[in-house]
Design a protein around this ligand. Structure first.
Ligand code: AMP
Length: 403
């Protein structure tokens, strides 16, 4: 069965078509600048990339993507019927969803109702769902939540120590994110360790433009670094990560800005970008640091130090781990940052093989710890779209059985 994976943002819509008989990617691309000036659609297949005129809204974007996929000359399928199901990424499932589900009107309404907790993401995700339902009314649609994997966290991990009444009334708590990626690498880790998933104890570090670290016990998330929103936790590309909440009040009063303006600043202008003063792109910051730019080195040091702290916290919470896993754009590619995070942890049973860490074939699962390391260290490439497609397939398969 072919499955179409959709990741809709407010002005973009990323898509991937996967053949689930062999779990291979058939085509992928992005509808960018939807409804803005000069929108365009990229389309990659068989090693080629083409660019097409973009769309005014999400519905038009889906229609255009489908037409490209079935185009007689450049298409990869013959008709829409060759798409067995659609899987949609939704950022916030809140306390309502602990797994992927088949989309019904009730589910879409709940996704919209959760917008209060993810105002930048859920409305756009819901827009993608509604557009797809209109254009493909007979194709089953599934939703995969970034937060679902973290619903196994115990209260003591997900609660903030605010007044209990406020937690109950407003659902203010830690929800986490990147759940699909943490789940995918946990499953891959179980395979390489030769264990059942429910025997895995690990710390998974998803380090990309957005970053989070998760403590995994018995294959389940028991704590994670992101919070009510993705602002909490590590130093990221443009996010500050953890800080004393009083900093918000301080910035509001000194910069004469509203809370919304300061939150926007903490989400979009801080992290690597704010400290380096150059860019949020880790690779570029690394190059600049190598050329002697001290602000860039400081930004990298802050990021690695924030990650190291969470690894330490989770080693304590888990009482050791089978493995530490690095994934995401930075986790998979930056030997320097991986080394900074796990260096000088020998007394905790974490010993990196520095040479292996620097020299290995990218794009596959790699063990980079020394034989003496009690805690194994792995680089495991993530594949969120494949995880989403697997969930979609499982749900749709059961649907067919129960018919
Ligand atoms: P992601 O959000 O997972 O796509 O990751 C994006 C981040 O990974 C960006 O900050 C990139 O600069 C970073 N990245 C990608 N390749 C490398 C690399 N070879 N070295 C360092 N950072 C990289």
């Amino acid at each position: 069965m072919n499955i179409l994976i959709i990741n809709a943002g407010s002005s973009s819509l990323k898509y991937q078509l996967l053949d689930m008989s062999n779990e291979k990617l058939i085509a992928k691309g992005n509808c960018e600048k939807i409804g803005l000036n000069e929108p365009f659609i990229s389309y990659k297949h068989d090693g080629k990339e083409e660019i097409f005129e973009g769309a005014k809204n999400h519905e038009e974007a889906i229609k255009k993507v489908l037409n490209i996929l079935v185009d007689k000359e450049i298409g990869v399928i013959k008709s829409f019927d060759e798409i067995g199901a659609v899987g949609h990424r939704v950022v916030m499932g809140g306390w309502l969803f602990n797994e992927s589900v088949l989309i019904t009107e009730d589910v879409t309404k709940k996704v919209e109702a959760l917008s209060d907790l993810a105002p930048l993401h859920n409305p756009a995700n819901a827009m993608g769902i509604r557009a797809c339902e209109k254009v493909m009314p007979n194709t089953p649609q599934v939703v995969i939540f970034d937060t679902a994997f973290h619903t196994t966290m115990p209260e003591k991990a997900f609660m903030y120590a605010i007044k209990l009444e406020d937690y109950e009334k407003y659902h203010i708590r830690k929800y986490g994110a990147h759940g699909t990626s943490h789940r995918f690498v946990t499953q891959e880790l179980a395979k390489v360790l030769g264990k059942n998933i429910d025997e895995v104890k690990a710390i998974t570090c998803h380090l990309g433009n957005g970053s989070s670290i998760t403590a995994i016990e018995n294959g389940k998330s028991v704590d994670t670094s992101m919070g009510l929103t993705p602002l909490q936790g590590l130093v990221m590309g443009t996010r500050s990560g953890d800080l004393d909440p009083t900093v918000v009040q301080f910035l509001c009063s000194h910069k004469k800005q509203s809370v919304d303006e300061v939150l926007n600043y903490l989400n979009k202008e801080c992290g690597l970008l704010g400290v380096s003063g150059v860019t949020s792109d880790h690779r570029e910051v690394t190059k600049e640091a190598e050329n002697g730019n001290k602000r860039c080195q400081l930004a990298l040091d802050l990021l690695a130090y924030s990650a190291k702290k969470y690894v330490g916290i989770y080693l304590a919470i888990l009482n050791g781990a089978d493995a530490i896993v690095f994934t995401g754009g930075i986790g998979e590619n930056s030997a320097e940052t991986r080394e900074q995070i796990v260096e000088n942890m020998e007394n905790l049973g974490v010993v990196l093989d520095k040479e292996k860490n620097k020299n290995f074939k990218r794009g596959q699962v790699e063990l980079i710890s020394a034989p003496s390391s009690k805690v194994k260290i792995y680089v495991i490439p993530t594949n969120e779209e494949l995880m989403m497609a697997r969930d979609t397939l499982n749900i749709v398969k059961n649907l067919k059985k129960s018919k």
